[in-house]
Design a protein around this ligand. Sequence first.
Ligand code: PEP
Length: 251
Amino acid sequence: MTPDIKPLVAGNWKMNGVQSCLAELNAMSTGFTKELQSKIDLLICLPATLISLGTAETKQSALKIGAQDCHFNVNGAHTGDISTQMITDIGATSVLVGHSERRTDHGESDAIVLAKANAAIASGLMTVVCIGETEVERKSGDTLKVLETQLAGSLPDEYSSNIVIAYEPVWAIGTGLIPKVSDVEEAHGFIRSEMIKRYGENGKTIRLLYGGSVKPANAKELMSIENVDGALVGGASLKAADFLGICEAYL
Ligand code: PEP
């Protein structure tokens, strides 16, 4: 945790969920009590097909809805893509950019992630920029070098209060593996110092999320690490009981 930063717990449903799954979203919204609201912000990044329904479902709720990706152009001949304008138009307030699955499956470079981040920030979306090393990079001792390169290449030049960073070791995503506390502490401390180098005092206010196999059982330990200001959660964000169980780490 970082004093004076309100943590964010963000869920990423990835390519999971059909309309019937909105019952889980509803349960999350109901379980996001006033007490939890006073401690954390809550976000679920839905598949594009559910965003409109999800924003309608959570209209009266403090739970926010986000998208999982965006194009960097406002409109045009980009079959299958969605723009930040389309995302805001249907009521989402946030977007993930540079998730490792996008970087790997769609060959997204830091330059593409940067273009997307710029577009998202220009649209007023809270923009969660994802970074993280692969298993090979960690084993060869290159973690901090990789993070430094990704941060340098994927982040906007100008500070915005809408920038959020998610540190997600690729080898920890969906595997049940998590780094040692000291490794998370080192990575987040490094990211914090890079943010301060880049944005000055404002860098102290940027939320740094940890992502990779966060579950109710490990959330308390992970979320209490210095400079960990919340979580980006994949698998355990699909069920309200699990997702709220993670949030309870903050009670
Ligand atoms: C993710 O998709 O960003 C993620 C961290 O997944 P999981 O929690 O399933 O590891």
